[in-house]
Design a protein around this ligand. Structure first.
Ligand SMILES: *Cc1c(COP(=O)(O)O)cnc(C)c1O
Length: 356
């Protein structure tokens, strides 16, 4: 009963073959639109560099990185693909971003002023962002004409080049997305009337990219679907032909806990195991679904209910589902959240192991 385990802690196994499959199939679906692969939040906690590299190899033409520092990390690691960063603060080093050839999403006039003041050695390439109804980091329709006019003046001064107009959809419903699409097209027309010329328009993330062909324009920004998780609550990733990329595993480290039929698994809430929805939650231990009895900081207890479980056996907390384990989507249902939260909650202390 006290067999030692090779690693007494959880591991996140990242299946790069699954990632490449997902990126390739979405790229085919949205073509001729290009696929920008969203790798923010450390590639949704899958690990930035290996995942970004695999996504590019599988057909992504560019990467969405959220902030300039993540883009700089990719450049330092030798990634040469186009990068887009759009979340900036007053401390942001615009000059470093521009000189590393990171394209900038721009939502406010102060950002254009900071670019002009940065004295970078080349013009910035900017994507002007309008709020099409989501109220998430874009110029409001009231502020949009001033943003466009300021950008046009900066373009004439040689400070930047306007490449794109873009926005983000709420994905709450098809009707909301259609209204936002109309608002976006209206904003583009306003900008063009002011003299702007856009080489590229982009609007859709995974959800609209998959279900709304008219929102694809020249490029779709794909995050969650590439990680094998459905952006919809009424269709699973499997139904969309996607394969979950991350699997969270941990060994059994104690059996017959306190003389009971409980077994202890080395993954707890400090590793990112959810603590809500546990009445319904079960995980795969030694090939058998076992209900979770409790989740503690470094470990959890499962009710083995007669299953033969020994120290060193591997528990799969979530994975692709093909061995009978729950998927992140199933966990999301139990915990009343979205699969994005289940995978991005896996803690930095959990080693990522890359499979190909
Ligand atoms: C996160 C994000 C995406 C990707 O969204 P998914 O729904 O995960 O595909 C696209 N665009 C922007 C601006 C984002 O912040």
């Amino acid at each position: 009963m006290s067999r030692p385990t090779p690693n007494p802690h959880a591991e996140a196994v990242i299946n790069l073959v699954a990632l490449e499959h997902n990126v390739r199939s979405i790229a085919q679906l949205v073509a001729p639109a290009q696929l920008m692969f969203a790798v923010k939040a450390n590639a949704y906690a899958h690990g930035l560099l290996p995942v970004a590299t695999a996504g590019l190899a599988a057909g992504a033409s560019s990467l969405a990185v959220l902030e300039i520092p993540a883009g700089l990390a990719l450049r330092t690691a030798g990634v040469t693909a186009p990068l887009l960063a759009w979340l900036h603060g007053t401390e942001t080093d615009f000059r470093a971003g521009i000189e590393a050839d990171i394209e900038l999403g721009i939502s406010a006039v102060w950002q254009l002023e900071a670019i002009a003041a940065s004295e970078a050695n080349r013009p910035a390439v900017v994507h002007l962002k309008v709020d099409s109804g989501l109220s998430r980091n874009g110029a409001t329709i009231e502020d949009w004409p001033e943003l466009v006019r300021t950008a046009l003046a900066a373009e004439r001064a040689g400070v930047l080049r306007i490449r794109a107009a873009w926005s983000h959809l709420a994905d709450a419903s098809v009707a909301d997305d259609e209204a936002a699409l109309a608002a976006f097209l209206n904003a583009v027309a306003v900008a063009e009337a002011l003299g702007a010329r856009f080489e590229l328009l982009h609007l859709a993330a995974s959800s609209a990219g998959i279900r709304m062909p008219e929102a694809r324009f020249g490029l779709v920004r794909i995050g969650i679907a590439a990680y094998g998780i459905s952006p919809f609550d009424d269709r699973t990733g499997a139904e969309l032909g996607l394969v979950p990329v991350m699997s969270l595993r941990a060994p059994v480290i104690e059996t017959s806990v306190g003389g009971s039929r409980l077994a202890r698994v080395a993954a707890g809430f400090a590793d990112g195991v959810p603590t809500i929805g546990l009445e319904q939650a079960s995980i795969l231990v030694n090939g058998v679904r076992c209900p979770i009895a409790s989740v503690e900081v470094d470990s959890l207890l499962v009710d083995t209910d007669g299953a033969r479980v020994e120290v060193g056996d591997v528990a799969i907390i979530f994975g692709a589902g093909d061995e009978g384990e729950p998927t992140a989507e199933e966990w999301a249902e139990w915990a009343e959240t979205i699969g994005d939260e289940i995978v991005t909650s896996v803690a930095p202390r959990v080693p990522r192991v890359y499979l190909r």
